[in-house]
Design a protein around this ligand. Structure first.
Ligand code: GLN
Length: 268
């Protein structure tokens, strides 16, 4: 029989701890409080199978089926991108820049697991959030996440960007679209290998979808409505050029926590 201490090994790393927590359905605090507790053979086998998946490179978030974003524990699977810290910066900016009034309509394009839409909806229960995605499977996860957090002010649409959205104008449009170039070597590394390629990769050096959203988005914004887009650390100039060409006002770029140019936006 194997104890929690032995299962963790001499110098346990965070990933091993997370996987053992998942196999035992216990918190990390519990592991450290009960190092002598023995694993059942089912628990040991389950833990071993999780470790084996990780050894194959499968992202932790997909193995345990969840990732925390903006203090919300979100269900994720291979049909959704794994929510990133950089995207929390976009949420922070949206909360800062969109006037906090009732009856505010915000559109989140390419919602994936629902991360941005649900974070905004949870912070601003009186706003109406419209969340769209091209993937039926992703929308299913996003809806489950809304339900499990009892978030009721998000409506979901199966839509290829604007193709199937209600014709209305919004106070703000936010998106973390695919923006990685198909030639980017990072796609062959780490978690990205397992994530949905249509959530990561865009043509024209990663700019095609950003351009499409900026172009078509104009008509979906109210006067003074805000567009706020996540992009690659080296895409600031290109994104700003597109925004300026389309006559958005007061075009700006903001850093993520690592100091990279990450979010750009402007006002109609
Ligand atoms: N920021 C992600 C990455 O570089 C990509 C997310 C996206 O394409 N929207 O891993």
């Amino acid at each position: 029989m194997i104890s929690i201490r032995t299962a963790l090994g001499k110098t346990p790393d965070l990933e091993t701890e997370i996987l053992l927590c998942h196999a035992l359905k216990r918190t990390r605090t519990y592991l450290f409080a009960h190092p002598e507790e023995l694993l059942s053979s089912e628990q040991w086998e389950h833990f071993q199978s999780l470790m084996a998946q990780r050894a194959q490179g499968i992202p932790i978030a997909y193995i345990i089926g969840e990732r925390e974003f903006w203090s919300l524990n979100l269900k994720v699977n291979r049909h959704t991108l794994i929510p990133r810290h950089e995207t929390e910066r976009l949420v922070e900016l949206a909360l800062e820049l969109i006037p906090n009034r009732p009856d505010t309509y915000v559109l989140d394009l390419g919602t994936g697991s629902g991360a941005i839409a649900l974070a905004l909806a949870n912070e601003r229960p009186h706003w109406h959030i419209v969340a769209a995605d091209i993937s039926q499977e992703a929308l299913k996860i996003a809806k489950e996440n809304a339900q499990s957090h009892k978030i009721r002010n998000v409506s979901f649409y199966l839509s290829n960007w604007f193709s199937n959205l209600p014709r209305r104008q919004y106070h703000a449009l936010v998106a973390n679209p695919p923006y990685i170039s198909e030639h980017d070597p990072h796609l062959q590394q780490g978690d990205l290998r397992f994530e949905p390629q249509n959530a990561l990769v865009s043509s024209q050096e990663g700019l095609a979808d950003l351009q499409c959203i900026i172009k078509q988005g104009y008509d979906y914004l109210l006067p003074d409505g805000l567009i706020l887009l996540e992009h690659g650390y080296d895409q600031k100039l290109e994104v700003q050029t597109i925004l300026n060409e389309l006559q958005y006002k007061n075009v700006q770029c903001w850093h993520d926590i690592q100091g990279n140019d990450r979010v750009s936006g402007g006002w109609r």
